[in-house]
Ligand binder design. Structure first.
Ligand code: ACO
Length: 441
């Protein structure tokens, strides 16, 4: 099959060729087009034992080897540890850009010029307030409600405040929802935090930048004006950049799948928030902190690692479905840790984390399975240094991921090949049983 260029990594757009398949059940041979290193699963449907046969399906639980879309947003090479948004390496964006500029890049495909950036920033800044009834219903949550649960419910509820959001084919209307979503997520997140702390909600301050305003809504008390520490604001902005998109992960796939029903973007993003809530996805940094606290001191590391190798524990913040190398985001976060700790003082859990990483990177169990630190391994330590309770960690992930979700949603809406997402199944249950009344069972 194919030319030499085509033997490179799967999932990258390349020239087309064909694959010859022989069906040993019938002896028939089929020529299946290979485009971009990929065959179309529907091409397999022509392979049949007889006319009434449904045709061959591909079986791929957990989508281990199935591309669900063509996308020009995020490039990820897990073997090499490369991550690019719209072709720009994550390292350069983290060093030189801001989250709002990156959000523009993800949504529009190009970096903005100054005028475009000013306009984008202005529009987002002036859409940060939420309807007072949003505030009222958020106050109805239990005092100890998980902030991610509150965010999930409240972002979904936004669709009821903007009924025109279901006009997803109307470019102007949907652009307004994009602005609203990026603008209001920090407000909802901060309200959830203040609720959890039993503190009055703080309204947005339009004179502050995006991350600074978020810090203000979280931490402002009696001062007339909250002034964020520029180093902490920058660290938060970097974390937002790093979390903005990560191609077809669990939550993005959820946004695309739910969005494929042509529901409004608030409901689709709520699906993303729900997926991110899980401990194997965005919830992992919360689990990392809990794990580090449980280990408590360096002397307990050996016992813990033995538990991991015996399959009784999982080293949270390690391993990734796609990265089989050091997650480039983890490297940047590790560096940002130093900047934050310069302001806040060192977190003693950092010592345990560094030691765990050192041991894991040399231990055969982890080396053999290509398990490296992922984005969550160090992010929790920074969040804790910023005085965020662990329940807020995933919320801090959801805020910037909103721009990625929405860019992916937009790409899907405009993709003429996309239809409502609807996987097939291999049915393994009983057939044709006769109903029996309960007295006869
Ligand atoms: N600790 C210990 N062993 C691990 C870990 C870990 N963190 N991760 C994977 N392994 C082992 C598995 O037990 C398995 O071993 P085996 O081959 O002996 O059965 C092997 O490595 C492969 O692991 P899978 O679970 O099959 O890998 P998968 O791609 O399905 O899972 C995942 C990826 C879910 C991220 C996994 O590595 C994990 O649970 N990590 C901890 C949670 C975490 O940090 N999640 C955050 C991911 S990044 C993000 O979502 C933002």
């Amino acid at each position: 099959m194919g030319t030499e260029e085509q033997t490179e990594t799967g999932g990258v757009a390349t020239a087309s060729d064909t694959l010859t398949i022989t069906d040993n059940r019938t002896g028939k041979t089929y020529e299946v087009p290979v485009e971009d290193g990929t065959i179309r699963a529907t091409a397999l449907r022509n392979i049949k034992v007889n006319e009434s046969d449904f045709g061959v399906m591909s079986y791929d639980p957990a989508f281990m080897n199935t591309a669900s879309c063509r996308s020009a947003i995020t490039y990820l090479d897990g073997e090499a540890g490369v991550l690019e948004y719209r072709g720009y390496p994550i390292e350069q964006l983290a060093e030189h850009s801001t989250y709002l500029e990156v959000a523009y890049l993800l949504v529009h495909g190009e970096l903005p010029n100054q005028k475009q950036l000013d306009e984008w920033t202005h529009r987002i800044t002036t859409h940060t307030f939420v309807h007072e009834n949003v505030r009222s219903f958020m106050q109805g949550f239990r005092y100890d409600a998980h902030p991610m649960g509150m965010l999930l419910a409240s972002v979904g509820a936004l669709s009821t405040f903007y009924p025109d959001a279901n006009q997803i084919k109307d470019e102007e209307t949907r652009y307004l929802q994009i602005i609203r979503l990026i603008a209001k997520m920090p407000t909802l997140a901060a309200f959830a935090y203040r609720h959890n702390m039993g503190q009055p909600y703080v309204y947005p301050d339009n004179e502050l930048r995006y991350p600074g305003n978020f810090l203000s809504m979280l931490f402002k008390m009696t001062e007339l004006k909250y002034e964020p520490d520029p180093r902490l604001e920058r660290a938060l902005d970097i974390l937002f950049i790093l979390h903005a998109d990560h191609e077809q992960n669990c939550s993005t796939s959820a946004v695309r799948a739910v969005g494929s029903s042509q529901v409004d973007p608030y409901s689709a993003v709520a699906a993303g928030v729900a997926a991110l809530y899980g401990p194997l996805h965005g919830g992992a940094n919360e689990q990392v902190l809990r794990m580090l606290r449980r280990i408590e001191k360096k002397e307990n590391i050996a016992d813990f690692m033995q538990g991991v190798k015996d399959g009784k524990e999982r080293l949270m913040g390690f391993g990734h479905r796609v990265y089989k190398n050091y997650d480039p985001r983890a490297k940047i976060i590790k560096k940002a840790c130093d900047d934050v700790f310069e302001v806040t003082g060192v977190n003693p859990l950092l010592e345990i984390a560094i030691e765990l990483e050192k041991i894991a990177l040399e231990d055969e169990y982890f080396v053999k399975r290509k398990l490296y630190p992922n984005v969550d391994f160090y992010s929790g330590l920074i969040y804790e240094a910023l005085h965020m309770p662990v329940g807020m960690f995933t919320v801090l992930f959801a805020i910037p991921r909103t721009s990625g979700w929405i860019a992916q949603w937009l790409e899907m809406i405009d993709d003429s090949e996309q239809k409502i997402a609807r996987p097939r199944q291999i049915y393994t249950g009983e057939r044709g049983r006769d109903y029996k009344p309960v007295s006869e069972r």
